[in-house]
Design a protein around this ligand. Sequence first.
Ligand code: D61
Ligand code: MG
Length: 443
Amino acid sequence: MSIASHLFQSIFHPSEITALVKYKFFKPKATVKIRLEQKQKIRCYEFLDKTSRSFAAVIKELDDDVRDAVCIFYLVLRGLDTIEDDMSISIEKKEPLLRSFHEILSQKGWTFTKSGPLEKDRQLLVEFDIVIDEFLSLRKEFRDIIADIAKEMGNGMADYAKNAAHNKYGVQNNEEYDKYCYYVAGLVGVGLTCLFAESGLENPELVKDTELSIHMGLFLQKTNIIRDYLEDLLDGRKFWPKEIWSNYVEDFSDLKESGYETEALNCLSAIILNALHHAPECLNYLNKLHNRSVFSFCAIPQVMAIATLALMFRNYDTFQKVVKIRRGESTKLLLKCTNIHEVANIFREYSRVIIRKNDPKDPNFMKISVACGKIEKWCAVNLPVTDIYPYSTTIKGDLFNQETDILLFIGFGLLALTAYLLYYYNWEHFSFDELKISNIFDA
Ligand code: D61
Ligand code: MG
């Protein structure tokens, strides 16, 4: 989508328009300086852009000391996940590949060309020898952290992949749900904390608090799992635990069927409630960080996750398509993620969005109030009094506060631009073909 359509989506949210303009034209972009002869490293950063749009941006903003290690960590695990996700690879081939992936990392020249043709990241494995070379050029401490996580994750993924019941019936109970999320995302949090500590950017004490690192991953992964209900179901995967959905429907696929709207929305509340329990612990983790670049790197995905949960909450679209926050909204959040006060305020504002949408007829009404109350409490205990507003001022109702100024500013700006264009193009010879809105913004 072009910037013009992102601006259009935010037409009734002037602060988002300001954020989009600020981000596009005024924010200095991260420049990863790589010497031209370091062709393999350049290729790795190209892969990072190709395989992850959301994580690529935050990884590139990290300080030099840790950026390459995190980039390679990402590509290694994306490679592993591409094998895990590929339904065209038989379990006989998949299991040993997943279990030995940490050893493959030191086999120079190893590539994998047998991914299914539709696998979106298959090229990464086709050129995996490049990732291996870059992995081997990292210092030993970083290599050990990455290999240890790949070993545990690969074995965890293999256990699930060969579990026939898991493949047929999906995740059964909440314990299994947490365990699966631990392998695929909690461990990423653990590995990242080790990389930050090893690079000297963060306090090594953080490594000891493994549970906090795990919560960071679980909050992100569970948000993805909730959001991807339909996509995963169509691919034959069921990550929502049966312990939750069986309270509402007989069959997991009923959630999307007409006639089950109330059950679906109540079930959605239950699974969002489960994810919300991680939120205060994520704030605890973020509160312990010192380095500015590490902080933004960790906080941005978390803030996007709580915004996505708030958008999905009691929103039936979740069962019909992939619900996404507007680009303007995500850009606004991204620009705000500079310190714990801003981030905690964002968490609190979205928890208030959830509270506003909460329905007394929902069986989880009380539990949701309590979970949101815990976020409020975190803020009350940890933020200075000056940060506590009685009511949200920046997310809802934004047309009637300080943002009216911004709206006026943009209105006048557009008026001035139109006047200038009319003058420039000479009104008498004016032809609409020459004025392509998208070109103006893309320039
Ligand atoms: C701080 C900052 C970022 C964090 C964090 C703490 C803790 C955990 C995570 C990021 C990981 C969150 C994963 C959420 C997205 N889920 C997936 O990508 C699923 O695959 C999981 C296995 C591969 C993990 C790859 C990964 C992801 C993010 C990273 C990273 C590695 C390394 C460094 C930084 C961020 C999902 O993938 C679907 C897909 O193909 O897109 C799946 O298969 O379930
Ligand atoms: Mg996967």
